[in-house]
Write a protein that binds this ligand. Structure first.
Ligand code: DGJ
Length: 744
């Protein structure tokens, strides 16, 4: 027996870390006094407690509880050796066996981390309260701060972590998620948003069963097209627009992401969100801190509608979207109208028509650059951002000045993260191409390679592309920033052998460095985040971008679904939404011009076609619709969104309404996208109006005669909310838009 004990002791000795020497950095002193930390907004609260052994536990996220004291009592009964509640930040090691938010290899090889509460502070600034909780490992000088920013009026809590290495050597971060939260219900229904190129933000709901469901991306640049880093989680019942407990969230990260939902053996659900650890071990040197991206969370006890409105308010009022208060100009984009085939004269004609229809900006898309490798198709030219002298001998300024002379703003397209193999740039800087260092044949997507933004020289180059483009004319107000490929062979000639796996994070951080420099230099320019359509519809990019190109699919029927899904997480103020030609270039679908306008007007209205192909009648309709849109724009951009009928529900119709905050005005949209038969009408209960007021209802975008029997009549809000309107939208692609104005 004695022999066996000494063998075990010897084994322990061989794996034990070297004993700390005097003067070595120490963990911060833990304070295991049980306490409650409540992070609250106007109507919601997140409750954390410090446990007997100093662990920080996640106790609750939901409707505000005025007296949280029982959480402390509950805490005192909790057994440290058999605890079902999850930690506020789950680590590998200690008492946790669930998927870890934090998994590291400490400098001595130890794989475990046990975080203990050290202290916390609360800072209030206007509408925001920031609670920062300091944790430290039980035995190692390794610290984590959890930062919870409560946006009180919006009922949104934004969470991230900050991980600091104070050890005597490198720490390898294997999982470094931003946050985990938990929920307890009998059933969990997850709604995810995604699809594919040209089918973005499709909605899918599934009931979560035991195990782990993950929404993630490994594509990096166009990370969010297939799966958006956002979710709605409905507790006990499937997601409903107006009832039920819902937690909704989004991750602000323009790169590989991972949102995981684990239903554990106690039927507790743990949601974890952050940077995807896929192939992305990160070396944290002594003294360095990793700041993880924000997770934006909201809770609603009144269904999906309220959760969306909270997120929209946060996006518009708390900096979630860049410059959201700036009214966006209506525009004509040259892409689907001209593609690569234009010259000065053609553009000037387009500009004339843009002004004539009452639009406010002309945007010149792809095709204006490259001389040795002219950009006349997708095969070449990316990287050579000099104006193509054959197409535009007077330069960009001639076109921009012409637009301005017609009373328009001017915008231009760039794709600065990319390079064509056939370009002067590729010849000059092959080492700037992602994957160059691997010595492998570089794969192309859309005939292009990706520049390595983890390299500061490339960051300078990308900034200069933007800067030089802006300097081509003093009349540039708008940049469309495109990104048309994802990462395949990862690799950076700039990073060394040991840090290749940091490429994914360094790329996104590089992109943010560039965005920050651009915003310092050009605070007022409007920037659209486009990545083959909706590849960058996420709050990491939107912090620096004014709008996003929701999808390359401009078919109005498809857009009903794409924009409906998008609206769950992102506000209309970011949703680029254009009227294009028929047959539609992606789907070949044919829809009436009115239907196309009625759909596009529910977002940031633009057009994307050759106006000279419109008939006089069509132009006249467009002129009127654009003028109407400008009047309704403040309500559509800044009103509260009420989704009245889902296109996924029975009936083949969809409807939504924007209601001004003071309920004095609303704009109602209704679309029928399949023949519905004579016997049915679209019955819409106009949730969101003030039942105590009276509203006059007027149809706009009328083609022949108004469709509703109550045209021009005044109705009580009570009637409109409870009985609603019955619209005879029965024909495929019939639609209507109404304005409701409070008269009392
Ligand atoms: C993809 C974008 O999504 C389109 O709108 C257009 O800008 C093309 N790229 C141009 O190449």
């Amino acid at each position: 027996m004695k022999k066996l004990t000494s063998i075990i002791a010897a084994m322990v000795l061989t794996v034990a870390p070297a004993a700390a020497k005097k003067g070595d950095p120490k963990p911060l002193p833990a304070d295991p006094t049980p306490r409650i930390i409540e992070i609250e907004t106007a109507n919601t609260a997140m409750i954390l407690t410090v446990d007997k052994d100093g662990s920080l536990m996640f106790d609750y996220y939901g409707k505000k509880i005025d007296d949280p004291a029982p959480f402390l009592q509950k805490n005192s009964y909790r057994r440290v050796d058999f605890c079902t509640d999850p930690a506020a930040y789950i680590t590998q090691g200690g008492r946790e066996q669930r998927q870890a938010s934090l998994a590291v290899t400490h400098c001595d090889g130890d794989l475990n981390t046990q975080l203990r509460y050290v202290s916390h502070e609360v800072e209030k600034a206007g509408n925001r309260t920031v609670t920062t909780i300091q944790l430290s490992d039980a035995v190692k000088p390794f610290d984590v701060k959890l930062v919870y920013e409560a946006c009180t009026g919006q009922d949104v809590i934004v969470v991230h972590s900050e991980i600091t290495n104070r050890e005597n050597g490198d720490v390898r971060l294997r999982n470094y998620f931003s946050a985990n939260i938990s929920a307890q219900a009998d059933r969990y229904y997850l709604t995810q948003f995604g699809g594919a190129w040209a089918r973005e933000m499709g909605m899918q709901e599934s009931e979560l069963t035991r195990g782990i469901k993950t929404i993630s991306s490994q594509k990096q640049v166009r990370a969010v097209q297939l799966e958006n880093p956002s979710f709605m989680l409905s507790l006990d019942h499937p997601l409903d627009e107006n009832s039920g407990n819902v937690i909704a969230g989004a991750l602000a990260w323009t790169g590989n992401f991972d949102l995981s939902f684990e239903v554990d053996d106690f039927d507790i659900l743990i949601m974890r969100a952050g940077i995807n650890p896929y192939s992305a071990e990160y070396t944290l040197r002594t003294g360095e801190t990793m700041v993880t991206p924000d997770v934006i969370l909201t809770f609603s006890d009144s269904g999906a509608g309220e959760a969306s409105r909270n997120l929209h308010d946060w996006a518009r009022e708390c900096g979630g979207v860049y410059d959201a208060e700036e009214v966006c100009p209506t525009l004509l984009n040259s892409w689907e109208g001209a593609y690569f085939d234009f010259d000065t004269e053609l553009l000037k004609h387009m500009i004339d028509d843009t002004a004539d229809m009452g639009l406010e900006m002309f945007v010149l898309d792809d095709g204006w650059f490259g001389n040795e490798f002219p950009r006349n198709n997708t095969k070449q030219g990316l990287g050579d951002w000099q104006v193509n002298r054959a197409k535009l001998p007077g330069g960009i300024d001639e076109i921009a000045s012409y637009a301005v002379s017609k009373g328009l703003k001017f915008g231009i397209w760039i794709e600065p993260e990319m390079v064509s193999p056939r370009s002067e740039l590729a010849r000059k800087h092959p080492d700037w191409v992602v994957g160059y260092n691997t010595g492998r044949e570089l794969t192309t997507t859309r005939n292009q390679w990706l520049l390595d933004l983890s390299n500061p020289d490339v960051q300078d180059f990308v900034f200069e592309v933007f800067d030089n483009t802006m300097k081509m004319s003093p009349h540039i107000s708008y940049i469309k920033w495109d990104a048309n490929r994802h990462v395949e062979n990862a690799g950076s000639a700039h990073l060394d052998r040991e840090t290749q796996s940091m490429f994914w994070v360094k790329y996104t951080q590089g992109l943010y460095n560039v965005y920050k420099r651009i915003r310092e230099a050009y605070p007022d320019v409007i920037i659209q985040a486009c990545a083959s359509g909706g590849g960058r519809v996420e709050y990491g990019a939107l912090k620096y971008n004014d709008e996003a190109w929701t999808s390359d699919n401009t078919d109005a029927r498809s857009r009903i679904f794409i924009q409906y899904g998008t609206s769950h997480i992102y506000p209309s103020v970011v949703m680029g939404s254009h009227v294009s030609a028929v047959p539609n270039h992606q789907t070949e679908g044919i829809t009436p011009l009115k239907f196309r306008f009625d759909v596009a007007m529910s977002g940031r209205l633009g057009m994307e076609l050759q106006p000279k192909n419109l008939t006089d009648d069509e132009k006249a309709f467009a002129r009127k619709a654009i003028a109407t849109y400008k009047q309704l724009r403040p309500t559509i951009m800044y009103g509260d969104l009420y989704r009245l009928h889902s296109p996924y529900e029975k009936g083949n119709y969809a409807s939504l309404m924007y209601v001004e905050k003071d309920k004095s005005k609303a704009v109602l949209f209704a679309y029928c996208f399949e023949y519905r038969g004579r016997d049915t009408v679209c019955r819409l209960k106009l949730t969101g109006l003030d039942p105590g007021r009276k509203y006059r209802l007027t149809e706009v975008n009328v083609e022949k005669k108004p469709i509703f029997w109550g045209e021009g009549m005044t109705f009580s809000g009570e009637f409109l909310t409870n009985e609603g309107v019955n619209l005879p939208l029965t024909k495929r692609y019939s639609s209507a838009v109404f304005v409701l104005e409070a008269v009392e």
